[in-house]
Design a protein around this ligand. Structure first.
Ligand SMILES: [Zn+2]
Length: 44
């Protein structure tokens, strides 16, 4: 059941915005789980 690291990375699901559910393009980890659109609402 062991997988090579390269194969493990392939099966990782894309990051999804936890607010709107859109796939998040690769960004720095500091963006968390929010897409660009939802990041604009962080002041609310
Ligand atoms: Zn979003």
């Amino acid at each position: 059941m062991l997988m090579k690291m390269s194969e493990f990375l392939k099966v990782l699901p894309p990051k999804l915005c936890y607010i709107c559910g859109e796939r998040i393009e690769e960004q720095h980890e500091c963006y968390g789980n929010k897409c660009h659109k939802c990041l604009g609402f962080k002041d609310l």
